[in-house]
Design a protein around this ligand. Structure first.
Ligand code: SF4
Length: 329
């Protein structure tokens, strides 16, 4: 069946993935493969803008790739690769930087936020981050980028850079990517307050063992107003219930909604049901992950093969770009 176009998405190598990564990106990556030619990139160069210690970079890349494969990314259909293994992206980044006003980059709220977070490491790469991101996207003649609402301004900025480049060099070499808004549930960590994140250690890993999953779920904060077992609860403010709505059956969700409010259901039993459903849901993922992990070379081979296919696409674009800029051949 003819595909609807090409999708690109990238994610930093953060190692073993958690429920937030899965629900926010990976699940969608897998689904998009049916309708689009997908290019999925592990953006290790982006990681360097904030990572001072790179000792875990390779291992984190491997673990993330392993999770993507186990979750259902199909390397025969999709291109899955590591950003730094396609050097054309750094070339395009530099050329795009020539049409990107510095003041615009330093005015971006995301840049200002990073300056606040790491005042002692405001490096050049950090300023140029959105330009590198634009290069990532347009290098592969991407039609569509899946984005959540909060990322929409980044894609709009990428479109501006493309327009500036095409106008400046009177070319159509670069395509303005379209946004595909994806409904991404906000996944809170086990603290019930902050977004699920590894750095906050409030996450539940997809590859956790059933016992590790049990321990994490048992630590989850529930309705803070429910002090005693006999107190009625409010599932609408409970993060355990949010996960039930994703991983439990409609009948179970209806039962929890009813019995929590009447105090017929206690939080421990409610959590036990979530643990059962999470472990059941991720059982095939974990089995596949364990199987792939027996041959780590296979994961690297898939990434290298993906990089080769990505380089072929990238080189085609760069030939048009170099021609437009009139770089000597
Ligand atoms: Fe949350 Fe379940 Fe406890 Fe209700 S019973 S407060 S939904 S954990």
């Amino acid at each position: 069946m003819a595909k609807k176009g090409r999708v690109f998405s990238g994610a930093r190598p953060t190692g073993r993935q958690h429920l937030g990564n899965y629900l926010g990106a990976i699940k969608n990556y897998v689904a998009l493969q049916d309708d689009y030619d997908c290019v999925y990139c592990i953006v290790d160069l982006h990681a360097l803008t904030t990572a001072e210690d790179t000792r875990d970079l390779r291992q984190n890349t491997y673990e993330m790739a392993l999770d993507w494969l186990a979750a259902g990314i199909r390397p025969a259909d999709s291109i899955m690769f590591i950003q730094s293994q396609v050097p054309q992206v750094t070339e395009l980044h530099l050329l795009l930087s020539m049409v990107t006003p510095l003041g615009k980059l330093t005015d971006l709220p995301t840049f200002k936020e990073k300056v606040r977070q790491q005042p002692d490491n405001v490096n050049y790469g950090l300023v140029g981050y959105p330009v590198l991101m634009t290069a990532d996207i347009v290098l592969y003649k991407t039609d569509v980028v899946p984005v959540g609402v909060d990322q929409a301004p980044h894609i709009e900025f990428a479109r501006e850079i493309v327009r500036s480049f095409n106008y400046r060099f009177q070319t159509k070499a670069l395509i303005e990517p379209q946004m595909k808004n994806t409904e991404v549930p906000k996944v809170l960590g086990i603290d019930g307050k902050e977004k699920m994140s590894k750095s906050l250690n409030n996450h539940i890993e997809l590859a956790a063992t059933p016992e590790e999953t049990r321990q994490r779920v048992m630590q989850m904060v529930t309705d803070p107003a429910r002090i005693k077992r006999t107190d009625p609860g409010n599932p609408d403010v409970c993060n355990v219930f949010s996960l039930h709505k994703i991983f439990s059956s409609p009948e179970e969700v209806a039962m929890i909604d009813r019995d929590c409010r009447s105090a017929a259901l206690g939080c421990v039993d409610c959590k036990k049901l979530l643990i059962k459903n999470l472990n059941k849901y991720f059982e095939p993922f974990r089995a596949k992950r364990a199987e792939i992990a027996q041959q780590p070379d296979q994961v690297w081979d898939i990434l290298h093969d993906g990089a080769e296919r990505a380089r072929a696409l990238a080189e085609q674009t760069m030939q048009e770009v170099r021609e437009a800029v009139q770089l000597p051949v």
